[in-house]
Every structure is written in C-alpha cells, then in structure tokens.
Design a protein around this ligand. Structure first.
Ligand code: RIB
Ligand code: CA
Length: 309
C-alpha cells in the first residue's frame, strides 16, 4: 500500500483528538523529525502535554517543542467543547513525565529547516508557530518541501458559516503563511469531511485489544458522539490524519493550483479561506488546494497505522 519513501516531516499540532490520530498515522507512514505544539483545541500547556502523552503511548523517540499560547492578535478561542477539557476526551493516559524538549518551537522550526532542507512542515492546528517562524526567518518558506496544512476549505466553515477552526483561531497567522511564497498545500474541510470513520471502525479498534487500539476506540467514540449531537451523523471526519496522508500517500489526493486569500476584516467572514476559482483571471496561484481523496484507501491506511502502532 505504501511504496513511497517515508517523507521526513515536522508536525505542528494542537492535540486534540484528531491530532492524536494524526500522530499515530505520521508515526507509521513518515519520519517524524520533530513535533511542535500550539494552543488551539485547548491551551498551549495542554496541547504540549498531550503530544508528550501520545509520544509515550507510541514509544516514539521524537523531540517535542512547545510553541505559542495564543494567536498573534486577540485571545484564544479554544475547542475544548469538542475535544474535552483535557483535549483528549478524558482518555485514560498518564500525564507526561517532565517538560517538553524546549519551550521555543519557533527556534526549532527555524534551526531544523536550516540544518536539513526539504522537510515537510505539517501544521494541523492554528498557524501561529509557522507564522512566527516565517517572521523570524522568511527564507524558511523556500527550504521546506511543503507546508501541508489542515485548515480552511473551498466552501463553508465549521466554526462559522465561513471559517474553519484552525484559520479562525489565528487568521493573521494564516494570512502570513499564504503570503509567504512557500509551497503551501491546503487540505481543507472540503476534502477532510470526505474521510470519515464510524462506530464500526471504533469496534475494530477495540477488537485489536492493544493500548493504542483502546485509546483510539475512546477517541473515536467521543468524536462520533459529538458529530451525532451536532449533525446527526454516526461518523466523524478525520481532518488532521488526512493532511498526513497528503504527504505520505500523495496519490490519494487530487489537488489544483489556486490563489487563496484569508479574510481578516469581514463581519461574518473573518477567517475565511477565499479560493479563487476563476482560472487565469485569478493570477498566479499561491498554493495547491486539495479537492479529491480516495477515502477508502485513506481510512484503510489510518486503520493500518493504528493496528501496527
Ligand atoms: O477544523 C478541524 C481542525 O480544527 C482540526 O485540526 C481539529 O484538530 C481542530 O484543530
Ligand atoms: Ca488539530
């Protein structure tokens, strides 16, 4: 299923239930050079602790560097109502031992991409750390193989009618990333909402009878419950794992070059990723936008990562 070389990536995340499943997916299919954490789904301290909890669960040897505790401007609006107060749906995982490897994610992002060109940068939370790293060293945009981000979308949002959560939390940061000139690849809701897992997947994870399978069972059952309350659906979208697969299994994703701008001022549209679909009239594209996805293969790869963790 995967005859691609394991791409090397830095994962910037806000665990977060689907972030946790993305970490499992990345651990199986990629070379995780490092994890940086950002405030988003829950506080900066909690997302960092959750990344460490997942590292301990998976027995990974990967540095974790804590980053921003809030957006570039304004206060953090978190998603603890979705991910639980602890960010991992109250899962039974021990608190991490010790501190993260540093409290300076920006320095890690800048220095690591200087030391090794061609890494994939994979933000799956608000883009605050990435924007701060680009502000510190604009050349970063041209040293990375991609900035493959879970965020935005070509249609409506999930926090408001217009804005997806990761962009909504820090639109100024998103604006800096999309204006950076870097190889941005937007894996937005229009794509990630197609990649869904439900109670049958949770049951399969439970039958694995492994620590990772048990954790994912808990996380999936929580997400399914939330989605059922919200939209009457008995499945949950795998937003963040989809961004991982866009790099590890690029043949599963169909993307197009597009011009995308971030709305910063709209009364009703702040945080919108406005995708210009006008073709040549849109001018030079500033990113690629994911549209299609082989959903069955994507879910199979996520399940295989859980099974083989
Ligand atoms: O809109 C989905 C995104 O917001 C995901 O990254 C999820 O973890 C939340 O951060
Ligand atoms: Ca996330």
């Amino acid at each position: 299923m995967n005859d691609y070389p394991r791409p090397r990536m830095i994962l910037d995340c806000d665990p977060g239930v689907d972030d946790a499943i993305a970490i499992i997916t990345a651990a199986r299919w990629a070379d995780l050079v490092g994890i940086t954490t950002v405030a988003g789904n829950v506080s900066g301290g909690q997302t960092s602790a959750n990344a460490m909890r997942m590292r301990d669960l998976l027995g990974l040897d990967v540095p974790i560097h804590r980053g921003a505790d809030g957006p570039l401007s304004g206060d953090l609006e978190d998603a603890s109502h979705v991910h639980g107060a602890d960010g991992l749906a109250g899962v039974n995982l021990p608190e991490p031992k010790g501190d993260p490897d540093s409290f300076d994610a920006v320095e890690f992002l800048v220095e690591t991409t200087r030391a090794e060109e061609g890494l994939h940068l994979v933000p799956i939370g608000p883009l605050t750390n990435i924007a701060l790293a680009l502000r510190a060293d604009p050349g970063l945009a041209h040293r990375v193989a991609s900035i493959t981000l879970m965020g935005g979308g070509t249609g409506g949002g999930n926090v408001t009618a217009a804005a997806e959560f990761n962009i909504y939390v820090d639109p100024e940061a998103a604006d800096m990333v999309f204006r950076s000139g870097g190889p941005v690849h937007m894996i937005g809701l229009n794509l990630t909402n197609q990649v869904r897992m439900g109670s049958d997947h949770a049951a399969t994870c439970r039958e694995m009878d492994t620590p990772v399978g048990d954790v994912v069972t808990h996380l999936l059952e929580h997400l399914i419950d939330i989605h059922f309350q919200w939209e009457g659906s008995d499945t949950s979208a795998m937003h963040d794992p989809s961004a991982i697969l866009a790099i590890t299994h690029p043949h599963l994703i169909a993307s197009e070059p597009r011009t995308v701008v971030i709305e910063l001022d709209g009364t009703h549209t702040r945080g919108q990723t406005l995708v210009d679909e006008r073709g040549p009239a849109a001018g030079d594209p500033n990113c690629r936008v994911g549209y299609g996805v082989d959903t069955e293969s994507a879910v199979d790869l996520i399940m295989q990562a859980i099974r083989e963790a």
